[in-house]
Design a protein around this ligand. Structure first.
Ligand SMILES: [Zn+2]
Ligand SMILES: [Zn+2]
Length: 296
């Protein structure tokens, strides 16, 4: 399949790795996540999947991973970061800018299972132009990496997921404080790309609004971290309605029951490997968060 790399100033998303695949589209899926984001000519890999699936799918799709400009990690969990290990062997990604939150390369585990990224921070800094941040960073003309997301609402206080051991050797219950998202500024408002949304999908949307000063939410695609019906999902649906969130693409860590519950009230899109979305870029960047003010 031929893939056109030039998008003429638009923004293009291609799902490279996801739990689901589409009928008659013979890409590989795995319980992981990765999306190629193209903002004009700028190619950003958002998350890298778990295995070599991203490499194999990209090959089938005709996407050249040697032409990436930068990488961003939603957080340091293995299903979003371990694909980097395979890509370092097969693709020219060494030395690329890699943006993630502070703590993304800490060691994390649940009993008998390592959930960490494939290398620690020191090694990551040797392999990449590592840019760990504790605040929003602009990655390209229309794309902002949110940095850590404040957890302010009372219904998304997620249970810790195993244990994290920080660089100083101190261990504590892992609330995945390195969780972040990409915010894309489109002509129709914000389009938010999450990894697992460990911070809470509503907290993430709320912070994206605060950072950009834009209230219109054109869409949300990625893991919503919803596994149970009940109070949390009821409040989440209420939030989507109140905030007129237009397009919903829950996937990865939003299970069928939760996607079905949202769909009862607000139609959701089915997401699978190979999905392509084209977004119209916002005409100009937000003054308050220009490149200089976000990266210095
Ligand atoms: Zn995760
Ligand atoms: Zn995940």
């Amino acid at each position: 399949m031929e893939y056109e790399s030039s998008v003429g100033g638009g923004i293009r998303l291609t799902v490279l790795d996801e739990n689901h695949t589409y009928i008659e589209q013979f890409y590989l899926g795995e319980p992981a996540f990765s999306v190629l984001v193209e903002d004009g000519d700028e190619k950003i890999l958002f998350d890298a999947g778990y295995s070599d699936v991203v490499i194999r799918n990209a090959e089938t799709m005709g996407i050249d991973l040697n032409k990436l400009d930068q990488i961003a990690l939603s957080h340091g969990h293995h299903d979003h970061a371990c694909g980097l290990k395979y890509m370092l062997d097969d693709c020219e990604i060494a030395g690329l800018p890699l943006t993630a939150c502070e703590g993304a390369f800490d060691h994390r585990e649940i009993p008998e299972k390592d959930l960490s990224a494939p290398f620690d921070r020191k090694k990551a800094a040797e392999l990449f132009d590592l840019r760990l941040t504790d605040r929003p960073v602009r990655l390209s003309e229309h794309i902002i990496f949110l940095g850590p997301v404040p957890r302010n609402n009372d219904f998304e206080n997620g249970e810790p997921l195993g244990t994290v051991t920080h660089e100083d050797g101190i261990s504590e219950p892992d609330r995945v404080l390195d969780d972040s998202s990409l915010v894309i500024e489109t002509a129709d408002g914000l389009f938010i790309l999450t990894g697992c949304a460990h911070s809470g999908i509503c907290n993430t949307i709320e912070y994206a609004k605060q950072v950009t000063g834009e209230d219109r939410i054109a869409g949300v695609l990625g893991g919503f971290h919803l596994f149970r019906t009940g109070h949390r999902i009821d409040e989440t649906i209420r939030y989507f309605k109140e905030n007129h969130v237009k397009e919903l693409y829950p996937c990865h860590c939003a299970n069928f029951k939760c996607r079905a519950a949202i769909n009862e009230v607000h139609p959701v899109h089915e997401v699978g490997v190979g999905m392509k979305l084209e977004l119209t870029a916002k005409g100009r960047s937000f003054g308050a968060y220009d490149k200089a003010s976000l990266t210095d």
